[in-house]
Write a protein that binds this ligand. Sequence first.
Ligand SMILES: *Cc1c(COP(=O)(O)O)cnc(C)c1O
Length: 355
Amino acid sequence: MKHNFGAGPCILPQEVFKQASEAVINFNDTGLSILEISHRSKEFEAVVAETESLIRDLLSVPQNYSILLLQGGARQQFAMAPMNLLKEGGKSAYLDTGSWASYAIKEAKNFGSVEVVASGKENNYTIIPKDYTIPTDVDYFHYTSNNTIFGTELFDIPNSPVPLVCDMSSDIMSRKIDVSKFGLIYAGAQKNIGPAGLTIVIVNNDLLGKTGRTIPSVFDYQSHINAKSMFNTPPVFSIYVAMLNLRWLRLKGGIEEIERENIVKSRTLYEEIDRNPLFRGPSAVEDRSRMNVTFVMENPELESEFLALAQKRDLVALKGHRSVGGFRASLYNALPISSVHLLVDVMQEFEENHK
Ligand SMILES: *Cc1c(COP(=O)(O)O)cnc(C)c1O
């Protein structure tokens, strides 16, 4: 068994893989595979309804918010969010905390003007800027709650005079959030929710239909709301596996329990990074991500040797993103604490070898 620290697509619980594989042969005793049933069948409608209701319960989504199960990934939302919320000739505001945030900014510029209120770029995105004001004359303020590549996370929801839009791709379902503080939340599913191919959108219905723009129907949230996420053929298998994973999360004790575990897992690893003289964490301590722990070596020449040792101990996908270097250990919900303990053991073994 490998210990998968990959950043996404990533680890899901073993029992979810097992249940998913059974449904590929025989879904719910229908004698049909989940891959061949109609998305309009009552069996699959039940899957969509349960997935939506799990998301609503786990995150306490208020009734006036729609939950959409879409395709296109978070990157499609970089465009869909401004298309649906930024008025013709209007303005938006963005916080630039990393690569994903800057891609979102680039995309919004296709639909109106964008004010970047602050950027962490000069600090190579190791710090989340905190000293900025959100303008009152913008249609929304967009930020990224967890910077998957750089390993920083924004824990306090910004106090905003305008609707908040958040890319939560890599920390959704990892900790408690107050959905009512947001206008729009979106997330690619392939980090904490399920396999790739599904995108979750949670939107306050009151914000829609105000741009004055003609939105192609496939990019219009309202089409998907009206069609109950069946405007086009939904990613049937991805939704099914997401449902299994969210059932697993609820059975475990929901967000409260997983948040407790995520705190322990990340603390365990950061303590070793801080203690072990061979390693160093580049992110500002107060902004350290619980989901994606980035770390480098004091002597970069040892990095490939460490990766080789980790690989030998069955710890995989620890190489950092090419823009940061070093290592990245993604500690998503399904990664057990035992995998973190093993990583710490290997870091200590490496330290011993280099005494
Ligand atoms: C992975 C990721 C994305 C990209 O998601 P896609 O589904 O591949 O488009 C965007 N934002 C964040 C924060 C991510 O972690």
